[in-house]
Design a protein around this ligand. Structure first.
Ligand code: SAH
Ligand code: SF4
Length: 385
C-alpha cells in the first residue's frame, strides 16, 4: 500500500525538533545527535548509509522519514570560485543561493521566501510580488546543498562556508519561524557550527520581529535603511509607513543593547540611487538619524535591472558620501561590484523570469544576481551546466 501520510522531512529539523522526534519513536535522544551529524556534517540523505544506526531503526526511518533538499535547476561555478545555484521550489518558481569565496572567508547568501511582499521600489524581488514562504528544509537545504557541493568534510566545523547572510530573496523576518529554525541549525555544533557573528540576518525593518529575534536567537543584524528621512523612506521601503524611522532606530538600539560589547554594531545597508538619496545633505541627515545606535554602514551601489526606474549613483557621489560619513566617525564601506565591467554584473533574481527562460541560453543575460555582501560577481558563461 502506498503512503497516505507524507514522510517527515528531517532536513529542516533543529536539534530540539529531532530530539522530540526520536523520543516520540521511543528512541534515545542521542539518536537525534547522530542523525543530525549524518545529515549536516556528512551531507548524507540516505538512511542506509548511516552505519552507526541500527538496521531496524534505519528501516523504520526509511518508512516514515526522508531527507529532502530542494531540486537544483542549475549550478554555476565561475573562474574566481563564486558559485550560484538556482533552486526549483515546489509550486512557486525558483530561488537562488550564491557562494562568494574571499580569502579564508566564504559567504553564502541564502533566500527566505519566493518573492517578497515588502515591495521596495528599487528591488526586483519586490516587483515580482510574493509567492510563498520557504520551509525550514528549503532554507537550510540551500546551505546543505552548497556544503555538499564541496564534497564530504571529515571534521566538524571544517568547511568552506564560514559566513551566512540572509540576504537572498525575501524578507526573513516575515518568515520568522522557518528562518529562525534554519539559523539554529546553521549555528549548531552538530551541523555547521557557524558562530553568531558570522550569521547575518538582513531586514527591511519589521520592528516587532526584531525584538522577537533578539529574544530567541543571537545572530548579527543588518537593516536595509536606504533613506535618512521618513518621507523618502516611505517611498523606497513602503514598510516604513508602518514602522517609521524613529521606531526602527529604537528597535535597533534595543537589539544592540542586548548584545555583548564586541557584537553591538548593526550594519546599516544603504543603496545608492542617483539623484534620489545620494547627496551630502542626505549624508548629514543620516548621521543625525544614526546618532544613538552603534552602526557600520554599507553603501551598496544600485544594481540596475530592466524597468527599474532608478540609476546607480555616480562614483564621485558615492565616494563623497562615503568620505563624509567616515570623516564624521561612522565606519562606512562601499560594497564592491566585482563584475562592473560586464553587463551581466549584478542586480536581482526575478524568479518568474528565471522560470520562463531556464535551461536556455538567455537566462544568463536576463537573470541578474541578487546583491548580497559582495555578491556582485560574474558567472562564467562557459561554466553553465
Ligand atoms: N529583504 C531583506 C533581505 C534581502 S535584500 C532586506 O531588504 O534587507 C538584501 C539587500 O539588497 C537589501 O539591503 C536590499 O535593500 C538590497 N537590494 C535590493 N535590491 C537592490 C538593488 N537593485 N541594488 C542593490 N541593492 C539592492
Ligand atoms: Fe523585499 Fe528586501 Fe527586496 Fe525590500 S529589498 S522588496 S524587503 S527583498
Amino acid at each position: 500500500m502506498s503512503d497516505v501520510t507524507e514522510k517527515v522531512n528531517l532536513l529542516g529539523m533543529s536539534r530540539p525538533d529531532l530530539e522530540a522526534f526520536f523520543l516520540e519513536l521511543g528512541e534515545k535522544k542521542f539518536r537525534a545527535h547522530q542523525i543530525m551529524k549524518w545529515i549536516h556534517v556528512h551531507q548524507v540523505d540516505d538512511f542506509e548509509k548511516m552505519t552507526d544506526v541500527g538496521k531496524k531503526l534505519r528501516a523504520r526511518l526509511q518508512d516514515i522519514a526522508e531527507i529532502r533538499a530542494p531540486e537544483v535547476l542549475s549550478e554555476n561555478i565561475s573562474r574566481d570560485g563564486t558559485r550560484k545555484w538556482v533552486f526549483q521550489v515546489e509550486g512557486a518558481g525558483a530561488v537562488e543561493t550564491v557562494f562568494i569565496p574571499d580569502g579564508r572567508r566564504g559567504t553564502l547568501c541564502v533566500s527566505s521566501q519566493v518573492g517578497c511582499s515588502v515591495d521596495c521600489s528599487f528591488c526586483s524581488t519586490g516587483k515580482q510580488g510574493f509567492q510563498r514562504d520557504l520551509t525550514s528544509a528549503e532554507i537550510i537545504g540551500q546551505v546543505w546543498l552548497a556544503a555538499r557541493s564541496f564534497g564530504p568534510r571529515s571534521n566538524l566545523g571544517e568547511h568552506p562556508i564560514t559566513n551566512v547572510v540572509m540576504m537572498g530573496m525575501g524578507e526573513p523576518l516575515l518568515n520568522f519561524d522557518n528562518v529562525v529554525r534554519a539559523m539554529r541549525i546553521m549555528k549548531d555544533d552538530l551541523s555547521y557550527g557557524i558562530s553568531k557573528k558570522r550569521i547575518t540576518l538582513s531586514t527591511s525593518g519589521v520592528v516587532p520581529m526584531m525584538d522577537k529575534l533578539s529574544d530567541e536567537l543571537d545572530v548579527s543584524l543588518a537593516v536595509s535603511l536606504h533613506a535618512p528621512n521618513d518621507e523618502l523612506r516611505n517611498e523606497l521601503v513602503p514598510l516604513n509607513r508602518k514602522y517609521p524611522l524613529a521606531e526602527l532606530m529604537a528597535a535597533c538600539k534595543r537589539y544592540s543593547d542586548r548584545k555583548a560589547d564586541r557584537y553591538k554594531s548593526i550594519t546599516m545597508e544603504y543603496v545608492m540611487l542617483k539623484g534620489v538619496n545620494d547627496t551630502l545633505e542626505h549624508a548629514r541627515q543620516l548621521k543625525r538619524v544614526l546618532a544613538s545606535v552603534p552602526v557600520k554602514i554599507n553603501l551598496i551601489p544600485f544594481n540596475p535591472f530592466p524597468h527599474a526606474g532608478y540609476e546607480r549613483s555616480a562614483k564621485k557621489d558615492i565616494l563623497a558620501f562615503h568620505k563624509y560619513l567616515n570623516d564624521n566617525g561612522l565606519l562606512t564601506t562601499i560594497r564592491t561590484t566585482r563584475g562592473d565591467d560586464i553587463d551581466a554584473a549584478c542586480g536581482q533574481l526575478v524568479g518568474d523570469v528565471m522560470d520562463r527562460t531556464r535551461r536556455s541560453e538567455r537566462w544568463k543575460k536576463e537573470v541578474f544576481l541578487r546583491s548580497g555582501e559582495q555578491l556582485t560577481t560574474i558567472i562564467d558563461e562557459g561554466a553553465v551546466k
